[in-house]
Write a protein that binds this ligand. Structure first.
Ligand SMILES: [Fe+2]
Ligand SMILES: [Fe+2]
Length: 166
């Protein structure tokens, strides 16, 4: 299994796209199924955001100052998604806003993931060595076991706020 940071993050993105598609297919379906899928989406996003905010973004910012604007924009895009996730975490799938909120979350995250994969991950790949990317990846693997899994986890909330205000 690869420990390359970009490979790992792209694997997460792939799983998110799978869950997004599953939700879109279930949009007219039973509430229990939509609730379950959104729970899975929130968990995947909470873990992924934590690893990017804690490891990938600060490392890229430190090593590649030219990408600072991309990183700052990424923090803000994550923040918008965090707000939607926090609201969805307490919302019943029967609520009239549930599907609309999930759809906006999916649209926002899809846009953000495309920017990462198309606009600045390639620059990171070009600038950093294989070994550096593996070291960053290994730090993310180590942190994953300890990452928050729900938006309401105090660790997730604190980190999310720190990421855009500290
Ligand atoms: Fe991201
Ligand atoms: Fe990402």
């Amino acid at each position: 299994m690869s420990t390359d940071a970009i490979v790992l993050l792209k694997e997460d993105h792939k799983e998110m796209r799978r869950l997004f598609k599953a939700f879109q297919d279930a949009e007219e379906g039973p509430a229990s199924q939509r609730q379950k899928l959104v729970g899975q989406i929130l968990e995947a996003l909470t873990v992924h955001t934590y690893l990017e905010n804690e490891v990938m973004y600060p490392e890229v910012r430190r090593l590649l100052p030219d990408l600072e604007d991309d990183i700052l924009e990424s923090y803000e895009e994550h923040h918008v998604a965090d707000v939607l996730c926090a609201e969805l975490a307490t919302m019943d799938a029967e609520h009239e806003h549930f599907n609309a909120k999930t759809t906006v979350l999916i649209e926002n995250v899809t846009h953000h993931v495309e920017e990462e994969e198309q606009e600045w991950f390639p620059k990171v790949r070009e600038a950093l060595g294989r070994k550096q990317l593996q070291e960053i990846g290994e730090r993310m693997i180590a942190l994953r076991a300890d990452a928050p899994r729900t938006p309401s986890d105090p660790k997730a909330i604190k980190k999310a706020i720190d990421a855009v205000t500290a």
